[in-house]
Design a protein. Structure first.
Length: 433
C-alpha cells in the first residue's frame, strides 16, 4: 500500500520509463480524448471533483500515470493498492480509516487499485458500500474488459474511461523527449538516434510506452558500451531480440481476434483471415481451438456452396493433432484461405435455426405412419408403413409423400442460394417440383 499526495520523484537509478513519467496532464501522450482542453477527465482534475473511475486500457498506455496525476493535483488523500499483493483485510482497514477521516475532518480518500480485475467477487463487494456512500473515491486500472472482470454492481457505481494504446508517432515523441531531457532522461548521453531507429523501437513496443522507453535506455547503454553515439540496424536488432505479441487467451483480446478471423473469412478476404490467424498462432493460441472455429465456419458460412470446405477443415484439424505447431500452421492456413475464397452460403445455418424454433415451439407430434417401419404384425395392423413409396422405384428416385408431422406439412427449411454448388442443388430441387 502506498500513500501519496506529493509529486512523484523517482530515483536516478529507476528505469527510464519511471523517470520520464508525465508530471502534468499536458505531458500525457495519446489520451487527448480524456485530457485535452475541455475534456471530461481534465475538467475533473482541474476542479478537484474526481468521481469513482475505472481506467481500461492495454499495458503501458498511461493508466497508472493518470492515477498519479490525480493524486498530485487533488486535495484528497491518495492510497494506492496492487490487487496482486493486497488482501481484503488491508482494504477494510483503509475503509475504516477513510470513514474516520471523513467524519472528523471531511477529508476525501481516493483509493487507486492497480489490476483491479485480479480482485475476486468478494473483494470487489467489499468496496461497494464505501463507494456508494462517498467514503472513498475508487479508481481502478485494468487491462481486461471490465464487462467480464468487474462485478456489475461496482460497474454501475463507477465510470469506465478507455485508455487508448499509444500510436507510433506518440511513442516516437516520448522517446525523442527522453533523449533531450537532461534531468530525467538521457540528455547527458548526447545520443543521436534518427527517426527510423525510434520507429523500430516504437513498433517493437506495440503501443506500450514503458517498453518503448526502457528499450530505448537499453539501446543507449548498449551504444555507450561500444563508444557509439548513433545506432545501426544491427545494433537495434541485437537489442530488440524477439517481439512479444500482446494476447490474452482468456480475455477480451481472445474474442476480438477470433471474431476478426471469422469475419475476414465471411467477407472473402484471405489476407485479413491469414493475418488474424497468424496473430493468434504466433501469440501461443492452441491451434486446435482455431481448427474448431474453422470447422464451424465451414458449415455455418460456406455450407453446401462448397461442401469440400468441411473436409478440408477436418483435415486441418487432423494435422493439428498429428504434427502440432509450428508445422500445422500451413494446414490451417490452407483451410482458412480456401474457406475465405469459397462461395458463401448460410442456407444450412438458417435452415437449422428454423428447425430448432419448430422443435421448441411446436408439440412433439408422432412420426407419420407412412414412413414408419412395420417391425411386428401389430405394427402392420396399425398401418405402419402403409402406402410407403420406395424412392428407387421412381424416376430420379424422387417421390412425394409426407415426411413432416401434421402441423408442419409443407414447411420449407432449406433454401439454397445461387452460389457455388448450391446453384446445382437449387436446380435439382426446381426440376423435381
Amino acid at each position: 500500500m502506498v500513500k501519496a499526495n506529493s509529486s512523484h520523484q523517482p530515483s536516478t537509478s529507476s528505469p527510464l520509463a519511471d523517470r520520464m513519467r508525465p508530471q502534468t496532464p499536458d505531458e500525457v501522450m495519446g489520451q487527448e480524448h480524456l485530457l485535452g482542453p475541455g475534456k471530461v477527465l481534465l475538467h475533473m482534475i482541474e476542479q478537484d471533483q474526481v468521481s469513482s473511475l475505472i481506467f481500461w486500457g492495454p499495458p503501458g498506455s498511461g493508466k497508472t500515470t493518470i492515477a498519479q496525476l490525480i493524486a498530485h493535483h487533488t486535495h484528497a488523500r491518495f492510497i494506492k493498492f496492487s490487487a496482486v499483493v493486497s488482501g481484503i483485510k488491508e482494504v477494510r482497514d483503509v475503509m475504516k480509516e477513510a470513514e474516520t477521516n471523513k467524519a472528523l475532518s471531511g477529508e476525501k480518500t481516493i483509493l487507486f487499485i492497480d489490476e483491479i480485475h485480479r480482485f475476486n467477487k468478494a473483494q470487489q463487494d467489499a468496496f461497494l458500500p464505501y463507494v456508494e456512500n462517498g467514503t472513498i473515491i475508487l479508481i481502478g486500472a485494468t487491462t481486461e474488459n471490465p464487462s467480464f472482470q468487474v462485478i456489475s454492481a461496482l460497474l454501475s457505481r463507477t465510470r469506465v474511461l478507455v485508455i487508448k494504446p499509444l500510436k507510433l508517432d506518440s511513442l516516437v515523441t516520448l522517446m525523442a523527449r527522453a533523449l533531450d531531457d537532461k534531468e530525467r532522461g538521457l540528455g547527458n548521453m548526447a545520443m543521436e538516434l534518427n527517426r527510423e531507429t525510434l520507429e523500430q523501437v516504437a513498433t517493437f513496443s506495440d503501443g506500450d510506452a514503458r517498453i518503448a522507453l526502457n528499450t530505448l535506455e537499453v539501446l543507449a547503454l548498449h551504444l555507450a558500451a561500444k563508444g557509439k553515439k548513433s545506432a545501426t540496424h544491427d545494433d537495434v536488432k541485437e537489442v530488440l531480440q524477439n517481439k512479444t505479441i500482446l494476447y490474452d487467451k482468456a480475455g477480451e483480446e481472445h474474442y476480438n481476434l477470433i471474431s476478426a478471423l471469422h469475419k475476414s473469412m465471411r467477407d472473402s478476404d484471405p489476407d485479413g483471415a491469414l493475418y488474424w490467424m497468424g496473430r493468434m498462432l504466433e501469440s501461443g493460441e492452441d491451434p486446435l481451438y482455431i481448427a474448431r472455429r474453422v470447422i464451424r465456419f465451414a458449415s455455418e458460412d460456406v455450407g453446401l456452396a462448397a461442401p469440400q470446405g468441411l473436409q478440408l477443415a477436418m483435415a486441418a484439424q487432423q494435422a493439428c493433432h498429428f504434427i502440432g505447431m509450428p508445422e500445422c500452421s500451413l494446414a490451417l492456413a490452407q483451410a482458412v484461405v480456401y474457406l475465405a475464397t469459397a462461395p458463401k452460403s448460410n442456407a444450412l445455418y438458417a435452415a437449422y435455426q428454423a428447425v430448432q424454433r419448430d422443435v421448441y415451439n411446436t408439440m412433439n407430434e408422432p412420426v407419420p405412419l407412412v414412413i414408419r417401419n412395420a417391425e411386428t404384425k401389430l405394427m402392420k395392423d396399425l398401418d405402419y408403413g402403409k402406402g410407403y413409396k420406395y424412392a428407387h422405384d421412381y424416376a430420379d428416385a424422387k417421390v412425394e409423400q409426407d415426411h413432416l408431422p401434421e402441423s408442419l406439412k409443407g414447411r420449407k427449411y432449406y433454401h439454397p442460394t445461387d452460389r457455388g454448388f448450391e446453384k446445382e442443388i437449387k436446380a435439382r430441387q426446381h426440376k423435381s417440383n
